[in-house]
Write a protein that binds this ligand. Structure first.
Ligand code: ATP
Ligand code: MG
Length: 396
């Protein structure tokens, strides 16, 4: 979601941002709740700037500007639920003023354009067709570098005539879309330092799920640098979500026990099952209702359908795997778009790569897994790991 903004001579003149949101509109009776959540999230995203009152009208929102479009727009461009946004100039019904601003919007532009007038204020003396023609003609006369193209114009100047004011704009940027963060409850994100899990977390946040990331590390086998890397990934997620509480779980004892007492080919599966139990324990403490992972079907031995099913059996909570049907290239592409890729590919030592067996079981039988776990003091290991969780507050 790279938000390239600038080179706009009107930057300081825009007085509000028109915010469009999509699916919330479909939510029937809950719509109000969703809209309120979006307003809160926008306010949170703008924290630290001068305070402002967000207005809701007809399924859209207006965020006032105070000459600070450059700060406000990139922040809004990362708020989940926002489909697109346009900085606007708001004027009254004075035709000369509307013509002047439409001209300003095309200032310096060479090439094709069109005017797109919408009139919801039917008391306005001209209809939208007449206004299109009037403004188009005015622009053509005043700026000889312009020509009209109604099909694929390089520049569209939009004019919305409403009873509360006339909005004029020519630029629209995409937001991330989806639902407002927090509108789908809370989940625990199993966050490794790899490419996949940050993308999985981002996708679930985009569906409104607030996340508590949980990272397992195994000091002294894993380094502080790996921990820093996960903090950096959380910082990127926080640039969309606002401050995030990263939970660090000391996993060394669990891994040692598995390595010492269980068959090596089941190592990774048993580790994953322990991760799920600890995640479920944390979910209980923090009132989360789901676990999120970056697993994708068939990607590695622990992600075959048999492995996934054995892993699921250890979790009392639903495990959400938004990447399950995605190819690696697609995941990488998304990681680049959201900005986690460059951090994810930095070298790190993951606790899971420490005791990786040469020949991992790819079709684990549930009975064999359960039998292997008899050698482990599961409740004690889980309790110990939960008690040692460290929380780091990470801001964007
Ligand atoms: P990723 O790129 O997210 O590490 P991966 O393709 O490397 O995923 P695995 O290493 O098998 O796959 O891990 C599968 C999933 O298990 C990860 O996506 C993540 O959700 C979780 N996971 C793995 N290692 C850790 C860890 N150290 N801490 C927390 N979660 C982990
Ligand atoms: Mg990994």
């Amino acid at each position: 979601m790279d938000f390239v903004y600038g080179q706009d001579s009107l930057e300081d003149r825009y007085d509000q941002v028109l915010v469009r949101y999509g699916e919330i509109g479909l939510k029937g009776k809950n719509r109000h709740v969703f809209e309120q959540q979006l307003v809160r999230n926008i306010e949170k995203a703008l924290a630290g700037l001068s305070p402002r009152k967000i207005q809701r009208t007809y399924g859209r929102m207006f965020v006032p500007l105070a000459g600070d479009a450059r700060e406000v727009l990139p922040r809004l461009g990362r708020v989940f639920g926002i489909v697109s946004l346009s900085p606007v100039v708001t004027v009254g019904r004075d035709l000369e003023e509307i013509k002047e601003w439409a001209l300003q919007m095309a200032h310096g532009h060479k090439g094709s354009f069109r005017v797109d007038v919408r009139r919801s204020d039917k008391s306005f003396p001209m209809n939208s067709m007449e206004m299109n023609r009037l403004l188009g003609g005015h622009l053509l006369r005043a700026n000889p570098d312009l020509h009209v193209d109604l099909e694929q114009p390089e520049l569209t100047i939009s004019v919305e005539l409403r009873s509360e004011g006339t909005y004029i704009y020519s630029r629209t940027w995409p937001g991330p879309g989806g639902l407002p963060l927090g509108s789908s409850g809370r989940g625990i994100l199993l966050l490794s330092g790899g490419i996949d899990s940050p993308v999985a977390g981002w996708l679930m946040m985009k569906r409104g799920l607030e996340l508590l990331p949980l990272h397992f590390h195994s000091p002294p086998f894993t380094s502080d640098r790996s921990k820093e890397k996960v903090i950096d990934l959380c910082r990127i997620l926080a640039s969309y979500a606002g401050p995030i509480s990263l939970h660090l779980c000391h996993f060394t004892e669990v891994q040692k026990a598995i390595y010492r007492d269980c068959p090596p080919d089941l190592g990774v599966i048993l580790m994953r099952r322990m991760m799920m139990r600890i995640a479920a324990g944390l979910a209980r403490e923090r009132k989360a209702a789901a676990i999120v992972t970056g697993e994708s079907l068939g990607q590695v031995a622990s992600q075959t359908i048999e492995s996934i099913s054995v892993i699921n059996a250890a979790s009392p909570l639903p495990i959400l795997r938004p990447l399950i049907g995605m190819d690696k290239e697609k995941i990488v592409e998304l990681a680049r778009t959201i900005g986690t890729y460059e951090t994810s590919i930095l070298p790190y030592d993951d606790c899971c790569t420490l005791f990786v067996p040469k020949h991992p079981e790819i079709r684990p039988r549930p009975s064999r897994v359960e039998e292997a776990e008899e050698a482990l003091a599961i409740p004690e290991l889980v309790q110990e790991a939960l008690a040692k969780i460290e929380v780091i507050e990470v801001d964007g």
